[in-house]
Design a protein around this ligand. Structure first.
Ligand code: GRF
Length: 186
């Protein structure tokens, strides 16, 4: 399967997916890494490794026009499924409908808990004993689609949002590659 990955920044989850794609039994190849931020560090990382990249800022144009450019780049690259990896923009209902059931996202919480932003601070403030990450199908509802896989980590005494985020992120990298491979094999 030809995979497109959408990022907005660092791209560490994207990098883990690109690295996992090198395994001979991996069911996907990364056909395109696209970003809404031309300066995203992840874009340079991908380009250095020979992965095709595309950048399109949404500034100064209607959302539909921006998304049409992203959609065209994905289709030109022959993309069949999309993985969101730290893509910080809400996809329109129209875009989701056009790729129905073929977009996944990784979210740094144990969904259905803590949809949206600041998940780690919210988990700590709630006194939760554990946190984690979820890979889910993208629907029109933010962080709301079917959960395909989760990873759990303990919340430790003295944890800050940053220390917890680092512990979760290490698990995200393993979870995303594995869950995506299982999903694309089906
Ligand atoms: C990750 O924590 C991911 O779960 C969330 O945004 C962060 C992106 O990090 N959606 P990176 O760009 O993959 O390093």
């Amino acid at each position: 399967k030809r995979l497109g990955i959408l990022i907005s920044g660092r791209g560490s989850n994207m990098a883990s997916l690109v690295e996992a794609a090198a395994a001979p039994d991996c069911p996907y190849t990364v056909a395109l890494v696209a970003s809404d931020k031309p300066e995203a560090a992840g874009l340079a990382w991908a380009a250095e490794r020979g992965v095709p990249t595309f950048a399109q800022s949404p500034k100064g144009m209607p959302k539909a026009e921006y998304e049409a450019k992203i959609d065209a780049a994905l289709r030109a690259a022959g993309v069949e499924a999309i993985a969101l990896a730290g893509y910080m923009r809400l996809l329109s209902d129209d875009f989701v409908a056009r790729w129905r059931g073929r977009i996944v996202n990784i979210h740094p919480s144990l969904l259905p808990k803590y949809k949206g932003l600041d998940t780690h601070a919210r988990a700590i403030a709630a006194g939760d004993a554990e946190a984690g990450a979820s890979v889910h199908i993208v629907t029109e509802e933010l962080d709301g689609g079917e959960v395909l896989g989760q990873a759990r980590v303990p919340i430790l005494p003295g944890d800050t949002a940053d220390s917890l985020a680092a512990r979760v992120l290490a698990e995200e990298h393993k979870l995303y590659a594995k869950t995506l491979a299982d999903w694309l094999r089906d």
